[in-house]
Ligand binder design. Structure first.
Ligand code: FES
Length: 179
C-alpha cells in the first residue's frame, strides 16, 4: 500500500484494516480489483454519501493507481454519487418493466411530495431523488433502493410511511426500515 500522508481525508484505522483485508482477496499486482468495495467504503465513511475528488484521489493512492482510473469507474456506475446528496438517496428504478407498473408515477409523486425534481436534493438535505436503471427486482415494482436496502411494491401510502421513518434513521441505514 502506498504512503497516503498527503491526504487530509483518511479512513479510520478500523476501515484501513478492512481495506488491507479486501486487497488480499486479489492476486499480487491486481489490487485495482478492490476499487469498487473501497469506493463504497469511501463514499460512506469519508464522503457522507458522495465522492469528492479529494476522496477519489485518496482511494487511488491506497491502490497505487492513477486518479483517472478511479474517476472512470465513479462516472460509470450510478451507485457512486459525483455531487453532494441528501442523507438518504431514493434510487427509483425507471427501466421499462418497472415503468409499466407505475415507476414514473412514483417519481412524480416523490417530486410533488418532497418539492424536488428527479436528480435533485430536498432543501433540508434529507432526500435525493435518483432515477436509476434496472435493480433486478423487476417483479416488485414500483421499487426503490435506499442505501443497501430494497423497498418494493410501493404505493403512495407506503412511500409516505417510509419517508417518515427514514427521516429519523441515521446515515447510513444499517438495517432495513420497517414501515
Ligand atoms: S426494471 Fe426495475 S428492477 Fe428491473
Amino acid at each position: 500500500m502506498s504512503n497516503n500522508g498527503n491526504h487530509s481525508m483518511k479512513f479510520s484505522d478500523a476501515t484501513l484494516a478492512k481495506v488491507r483485508e479486501i486487497i488480499t482477496h486479489y492476486p499480487e499486482g491486481k489490487q485495482k480489483s478492490a476499487l469498487l468495495p473501497l469506493l463504497h467504503l469511501a463514499q460512506e465513511e469519508l464522503g457522507k454519501g458522495w465522492l469528492p475528488v479529494e476522496v477519489m484521489d485518496y482511494v487511488a493512492s491506497l491502490l497505487n493507481i492513477q486518479p483517472i482510473e478511479v474517476y472512470e469507474v465513479v462516472t460509470f456506475y450510478t451507485q457512486y454519487n459525483q455531487q453532494p446528496v441528501g442523507k438518504h438517496v431514493l434510487e427509483v428504478c425507471i427501466t421499462s418493466p418497472c415503468c409499466q407498473l407505475g415507476a414514473e408515477e412514483m417519481v412524480h409523486y416523490l417530486e410533488k411530495k418532497l418539492g424536488a425534481k428527479a436528480g435533485e436534493t430536498t432543501a433540508d438535505k434529507m432526500f435525493t431523488i435518483k432515477p436509476v436503471e434496472c435493480l433486478a427486482a423487476c417483479g416488485y415494482a414500483p421499487m426503490m433502493q435506499v442505501g443497501e436496502h430494497y423497498y418494493e411494491k410501493l404505493t403512495e401510502e407506503k412511500v409516505d410511511r417510509l419517508l417518515e421513518k427514514l427521516r429519523d434513521t441515521p446515515y447510513p441505514a444499517l438495517q432495513k426500515v420497517e414501515f
